[in-house]
Write a protein that binds this ligand. Structure first.
Ligand code: 8NA
Ligand code: MG
Ligand code: MG
Ligand code: MG
Length: 345
């Protein structure tokens, strides 16, 4: 936490410098003072731009944007394997935008959080309808361009739905109600996946044919719902869970199942009193607490922040964070356009 507060001080100082640079040089901004975004934001920008340009999902266009963005700026910290998908998409000229992802990990597909980390624009885009099935199809399509494993898809749907729900919170946020809504939809999704005969064990295991009875999975068949229930318990217990407990029970790594629940937990936990964050608003608390959990910090914080941003609005974005955040003006513009699209027609 000391590190976070220190980083925050650094951000504040950089913001001051940038402000001065702005004043001195007629809006000329020195890039060295802006904190660059990672693959998470790079991909979310492509999702937003593609949805805006095509007023909906266009697989080839989105695949092309992901790929061109990656080849233009490879330094953003992409996942270890997803870059193979970009290469194949480029080689095949986006002919079959879903095919390369299906071949990842010997046909199992990636269960990484790369689908969930970029899905927030889908939650904004579908806002008016309050139609879970439409949002779910959209999140699934967007995710399948790079991630075909069902847990990556379910994680992205869960994150998109959390953003959508957060937009609908009026006044007081009731954590139990929020979680019950998520559980209700995830239950349907997980039951559906269960009915599919081929399914996978949670991690590092072979494909299992359920009906053959040869090998049976010992993993939970409703892992997302189990984790959402665990979040309820964590929020109710008197002593806050330790980062180690959170890591063990919810997960904090690059798998979707091991990070989307932690992001939702961070968003909800931030509504409580956190001693070392007492002077922070709810958005700041969400981001700083999410980072304090460790592990895949940029992605867990990005997902938690997307939910918090949807819930609390732009007013809670600290001015000095915005000044140091690369692409912030684009993000605000994209959000506005997505919202307008969701309200039109
Ligand atoms: P991805 O599809 O390459 O998956 C990420 C990693 O997850 C892979 O490299 C594998 O190690 C593992 N993985 C995924 N599916 C399977 C599977 N079926 N079997 C075995 N291993 C598997 O990339 P992505 O787009 O999902 O990656 C997203 C994450 O990577 C984000 O956190 C993003 O910020 C980035 N990233 C994370 C870190 C970090 O936390 N240390 C560092 C750099 C980049
Ligand atoms: Mg990243
Ligand atoms: Mg909706
Ligand atoms: Mg990450």
């Amino acid at each position: 936490m000391v590190r976070i507060i220190h980083e925050d001080k650094k951000i504040r100082e950089a913001a001051e410098k940038r402000k001065k640079a702005n004043e001195n040089a007629d809006g000329e901004i020195s890039n060295g003072e802006i904190w660059t975004f990672t693959d998470d934001t790079a991909m979310a920008r492509s999702v937003a731009r593609s949805l805006i340009e095509h007023k909906g999902f266009n697989a080839r266009d989105m695949a092309r944007r992901f790929t061109e963005e990656y080849f233009n700026e490879r330094f953003r910290g992409y996942g270890g394997s997803v870059t193979v998908v970009f290469q194949k998409l480029q080689e095949t000229e986006y002919e079959n935008p879903f095919e390369p992802a299906k071949k990842q990990f010997e046909g199992e597909g990636s269960y990484g959080n790369g689908g969930a980390m970029r899905i927030a624009p889908a939650g904004l885009f579908g806002y008016k309808d309050n139609d879970f099935h439409r949002l779910r199809d959209l999140a699934e399509d967007i995710t399948k361009i790079t991630h075909s494993h069902y847990q990556a898809i379910q994680g992205a749907v869960l994150q998109a739905y959390a953003v959508d729900l957060a937009l609908r919170v009026e006044g007081h946020l009731d954590a139990d109600e929020f979680l019950n809504d998520l559980i209700k939809q995830m239950k349907l999704l997980e039951q559906e996946a269960e009915r599919i005969t081929i399914y996978y064990e949670r991690r590092n295991e072979k494909t299992i044919t359920r009906d053959s009875g040869e090998e049976r999975s010992t993993a939970s068949e409703h892992p997302y719902c189990d984790k959402l229930e665990k979040i309820k318990t964590f929020l109710k217990q008197e002593a806050p869970p330790s980062p180690q407990e959170i890591n063990e029970e919810l997960g904090t790594d690059v798998a979707a199942l091991e990070s989307v629940p932690a992001a939702i937990f961070a968003f909800l936990y931030a509504t409580k009193d956190i001693p070392y964050l007492e002077n922070r608003n709810l958005f700041e608390k969400t981001v700083m607490y999410a980072i304090s959990l460790g592990g895949d910090t940029d992605t867990i914080a990005t997902m938690a922040a997307a939910i918090a941003g949807a819930c609390y609005g732009e007013e809670q974005l600290p001015e000095h964070w915005k000044l140091c955040c690369e692409g912030v003006d684009d993000a605000l513009e994209d959000a506005e356009q997505l919202y307008n699209l969701s309200q039109s027609s």
